[in-house]
Design a protein around this ligand. Structure first.
Ligand code: ADP
Ligand code: ADP
Length: 229
């Protein structure tokens, strides 16, 4: 089970400070929601954990290894990242999109085991019927599931999700949350999700980090966080 330890992390774009002294411990098999208004720093925090961005000070340890010393490929073997779907267009089939998740392990050449893994993940997400569809022609809800499937194929101890529900109707929002909750339980992974809806987060996640202006202002179980709000 993955252990993510964030200590006194600070990050700024140019001279503007965004994250200020963030310290958080996340231990495997937990559904953690990072909740806060737009601009709170949720995306920035996920990007630091995935080393898309590098903090100005402080440390992030993944299973005891300092992220600073980990190569891109090592990060990708430990942490998968589900971007906001609105940002992405893949000129590929669903199957090929999910197979991309295997790349940190295999490079460009897939073998039978990778193909099997992709089918397994598609079945787990209930989207095997879409395998040969073109990613771009699917609905937002379906695309979101495929991006989660791609992260699952990556076979990591932690999955980061950036506002996966933001462009979806309420039914697809619940569907995504239920899927993530189930994956955490069945696969024993840590899921860390940026989300702006406290209700949605409280209903499904184990832990909530409330962020405001780049700081974690409250952390704990949904019940703990709701009583301090
Ligand atoms: P959230 O995900 O909570 O909406 P973000 O992490 O995206 O918040 O953004 C936090 C702050 O950082 C915001 O004020 C945003 O405008 C700013 N910001 C985000 N990306 C950049 C960037 N590339 N350059 C400068 N400022 C940025
Ligand atoms: P996200 O929340 O995934 O970062 P946004 O829609 O907030 O998506 O931002 C889209 C892109 O613009 C991201 O790459 C983000 O880093 C960048 N960005 C956001 N806010 C700013 C800003 N104030 N200045 C410059 N770039 C920004």
């Amino acid at each position: 089970m993955v252990k993510i330890k964030i200590k006194d992390m600070c990050f700024g774009y140019a001279s503007t400070p965004i994250l200020e002294n963030v310290s958080v411990d996340i231990y495997g098999s937990s559904f953690v929601s990072i909740v806060g208004p737009n601009g709170a720093g949720k995306s920035t925090m996920l990007k630091c954990i995935n080393k898309i961005l590098v903090p100005d000070s402080g440390d992030i340890h993944i299973d005891g290894y300092n992220l600073k010393n980990m190569k891109r490929i090592e990060v990708a073997k430990n942490i998968a990242y589900v971007p906001q779907s609105s940002n992405r267009v893949f000129p590929t089939t669903v199957f090929e999109t999910v197979l991309m998740g295997r790349r940190p392990h295999i490079g460009w050449f897939s073998n039978e085991k990778d193909i099997e893994k992709v089918w397994q993940v598609l079945e787990e997400m209930g989207i095997e019927d879409l395998a040969l569809c073109s990613f771009d022609e699917l609905s937002g809800g379906q695309q979101q599931k495929i991006l989660i499937a791609r992260a699952l194929a990556q076979d990591t101890g932690a999955i980061l999700l950036d506002e996966p529900t933001s462009n979806l109707d309420i039914w697809h929002q619940l569907d995504v949350m239920e899927n993530v909750q189930r994956l955490v339980k069945e696969k024993k992974v840590a899921a860390i999700m940026a989300v702006h809806d406290l209700n949605l987060a409280s209903r499904y996640s184990d832990q909530i980090l409330m962020m405001k202006d780049g700081k974690v202002v409250s952390a704990g179980t949904p019940a703990q966080v709701l009583t301090t709000e």
